[in-house]
Design a protein around this ligand. Structure first.
Ligand SMILES: [Zn+2]
Length: 53
């Protein structure tokens, strides 16, 4: 298991070791849908931000 930080509420989000870039995870604290944009170091981005381009 890896841990990253929710960009919305700043709480820890658990990411499965087998996750790949582009996978979606859900923050258990605020419920935001997040996308894994970088694996090393682990970086999560809110999905709405990705669609904004
Ligand atoms: Zn959150």
């Amino acid at each position: 298991m890896q841990k990253s930080r929710c960009p919305i509420c700043n709480s820890d989000v658990i990411v499965d070791d087998e996750s790949i870039r582009g996978d979606m995870v859900n923050c258990s604290n605020c419920g935001s849908d997040l996308e894994i944009t970088v694996l090393h170091p682990l970086l999560l981005t809110k999905i709405e931000d990705e669609l904004a381009n």
